[in-house]
Write a protein that binds this ligand. Structure first.
Ligand code: NAD
Ligand code: MG
Length: 397
């Protein structure tokens, strides 16, 4: 489904009002002759979605919240725009699979992104995958759908995009055959890397969301603070690159200049570097295999001066160990980990549990689960549902 060189690529942007969604539109706006937006989607931010409709004139705008969709609809009418406003989950899947769409940016946060991302895979689209939770939950099903339907999967998560860039172009999921010995997944360590562990009990959602190097949505910001984000990324790397848990080494690198590395058997280590700006991986995904300008400040190595690397601290960040545990258990365990984490993060953001309760809740829910086999999407969705119930019960204890 790759557009011909020089042709126009039609896009669906799932989660267009989010951090990744707005960065995607920023890159798209720099290349109006190359990209046309066919569909935009958002949960309930109708004001921003309306502005995006005015600017990018998509054929469709999908919302989840009915009141927000109604407001959007009347403003679209008043403005005389030719945008069809749709409301409901099923339309997310529909706009991800539109016949005229070439590429889908999957940038919904959390489990809600699974079905629409999968719909893009099943429709054989070029998928720009930011929604890591989809792979964590249903990696096997997702990768099978990509293969069976001839879809192209391009990782947008900066680390996985870096690994993708550092792997051989013809990499087909066999590390040994490509001479790859390890994947080195870098992590900033988040805002609490150096805070005394005793102070972590008291940290607030505002502190957790103040990431030193990246500006992101609230859920992934908390995940970065707990390092669950890196844990989810280990599982994501496992599926994307067919790498075993033992072949994925997390490297804490506070400057976030190296976005990840691939180590080869001859001793070579290839790194992808750049300023921490998601427009780089987004532009890479949009234009692949070409390169386009992304509006990103060039890397000034003299200003960076120094690059540091340290081993991850599994005691300070138990979420990272829990993610490795879920990956090794396999089956539905990663879906359970993800669901418990989503409930825990939401509760932390709503000040119902403390920061240190996040790993406690996840550990208890994960350890009570046996990790069943995944044969169908239903298996994943059931595990997700049960884990959410268990997580809610945990909070009532
Ligand atoms: P965000 O919270 O800023 O945006 C989320 C988007 O999804 C919004 O458009 C929102 O309207 C929509 N959305 C939320 N809940 C929804 C639901 N239930 N149904 C349908 N749509 C819904 O999140 P973000 O930071 O842009 O992250 C998006 C995804 O990209 C996440 O999976 C995240 O892990 C991943 N990611 C983000 C970054 C980053 O820098 N922000 C980096 C790497 C990966
Ligand atoms: Mg990342």
């Amino acid at each position: 489904m790759m557009q011909a060189k020089g042709g126009v690529s039609n896009l669906t942007i799932l989660g267009s009002t989010g951090s990744i969604g707005t960065s995607t539109l920023d890159v798209v706006a720099r290349h109006p002759q190359k990209y046309k937006v066919r569909a935009l989607t958002a949960y309930r931010q109708d004001e921003l979605l309306f502005e995006q409709c005015l600017r990018f004139k998509p054929g469709y705008a999908v919302m989840l919240d009915e009141a927000a969709a109604a407001r959007l609809s009347s403003r679209i009418k008043a403005a005389g725009l030719d945008v069809e406003v749709l409301c409901g989950e099923q339309y997310l899947e529909q706009v991800a699979a539109l016949p005229e769409v070439d590429a889908v940016m999957a940038a919904i946060v959390g489990a809600a992104g699974l079905r629409p991302s999968l719909a893009a895979a099943r429709a054989g689209k070029k998928i720009l995958l930011a929604n890591k939770e989809a792979l964590v939950m249903a990696g096997r099903i997702f990768m099978d759908a990509v293969r069976k339907n001839g879809a192209t999967l391009l990782p947008i998560d900066s680390e996985h995009n870096a690994i993708f860039q550092a792997l051989p172009r013809d990499y087909a999921g066999n590390m040994a055959a490509s001479g790859v010995s390890k994947i080195l997944l870098t992590a900033s360590g988040g805002p609490f890397r150096d805070m005394p562990v005793s102070a972590l009990q008291q940290v607030t959602p505002e502190q957790a969301c103040a990431h030193p190097n990246w500006v992101m949505g609230r859920k992934i910001s908390v995940d970065s603070a707990s390092m669950m984000n890196k844990g989810l990324e280990v599982i994501e790397a496992h599926w994307l690159f067919n790498a075993a848990a033992d072949d994925i080494q997390v490297v804490v690198h506070p400057q976030s200049v190296i976005h990840s590395m691939v180590q080869y058997v001859d001793g070579s280590v290839l790194a992808q570097m750049g300023n921490p700006d998601m427009r780089t991986p987004i532009a890479y995904g949009l234009a692949y295999p070409e390169r386009i300008a992304a509006g990103v400040e060039p890397l000034d190595l003299f200003k960076v001066g120094q690059l540091d690397f340290v081993a991850p601290d599994f005691e300070r960040f138990p979420c990272l160990a829990l993610a490795y545990q879920a990956l090794r258990t396999g089956g539905t365990a990663p879906a359970v980990l993800n669901a418990a984490n989503e409930v825990a993060v939401e509760a932390f953001l709503n000040r119902k549990i403390s920061f240190l309760d996040i790993p406690r809740l996840i550990a208890d829910v994960l350890n009570a689960h046996s990790g069943e086999a995944v044969n169908t999407l239903e298996d994943v969705l059931m595990a997700d549902k049960h884990a959410r119930v268990a997580a809610q019960k945990w909070m009532l204890q």
